[in-house]
Design a protein around this ligand. Structure first.
Ligand SMILES: Nc1ncnc2c1ncn2[C@@H]1O[C@H](COP(=O)(O)OP(=O)(O)OP(=O)(O)O)[C@@H](O)[C@H]1O
Ligand SMILES: [Mg+2]
Length: 145
């Protein structure tokens, strides 16, 4: 199950399916990639980020960055920045957070609630849309490269 075409819709009703998608995606990522994770509260963005980072070799516990806005995870091969912009009231606040240093062309950015940073956040290389409809969970992956 490789993510080849531009847009793929994956069923993620079971956590092992979510993990399988994370495992596929991690092998497609490059240094500097920006990944948007969208979807309503509780749609599964953080859970997916946890699987993805684990697949990427992060050993420590990945917690939701809701309060700190971002957490950094360094592995042997890549540096990941996991962001949750839910609590931003204005995209300009990202400058106080040091967004210009975080977006350095090397760090892989995983961004929950990217719409809260509209105009300041870089455009995504990957768009991951989490949906929960009639108790049916799907993840739509679009490569913007
Ligand atoms: N594919 C899935 N199948 C079953 N349960 C899931 C799935 N994805 C997430 N969950 C469960 O839903 C709950 C909320 O998930 P999560 O915290 O990942 O949501 P979120 O999109 O990050 O929400 P927020 O917008 O609040 O950050 C968790 O308890 C998680 O275990
Ligand atoms: Mg979350």
């Amino acid at each position: 199950m490789k993510i080849m075409s531009e847009t793929e819709i994956k069923p993620i009703n079971h956590l092992d399916e979510l993990q399988a998608v994370a495992s596929d995606l991690i092998s497609e990522l490059n240094s500097g990639d920006v990944i948007y994770l969208t979807g309503e509260l509780g749609a599964g963005k953080t859970t997916f980020a946890q699987y993805l980072l684990s697949e990427g070799g992060v050993k420590e516990h990945v917690k939701s960055p809701t309060y700190n806005l971002y957490e950094t995870y360094q592995t042997a091969s890549l540096c990941y920045i996991h962001m949750d912009l839910y609590r931003l009231t204005d995209p300009e606040e990202l400058y106080f957070l040091g967004i210009e240093e975080l977006v350095d062309g090397h760090n892989v950015l995983l961004v929950e609630w990217p719409e809260k940073g509209l105009g300041v956040m870089p455009k995504p290389d990957w768009l991951l849309e989490f949906e929960l409809k009639n108790l049916n969970r799907t993840l739509t992956i679009t490569s913007k490269k």
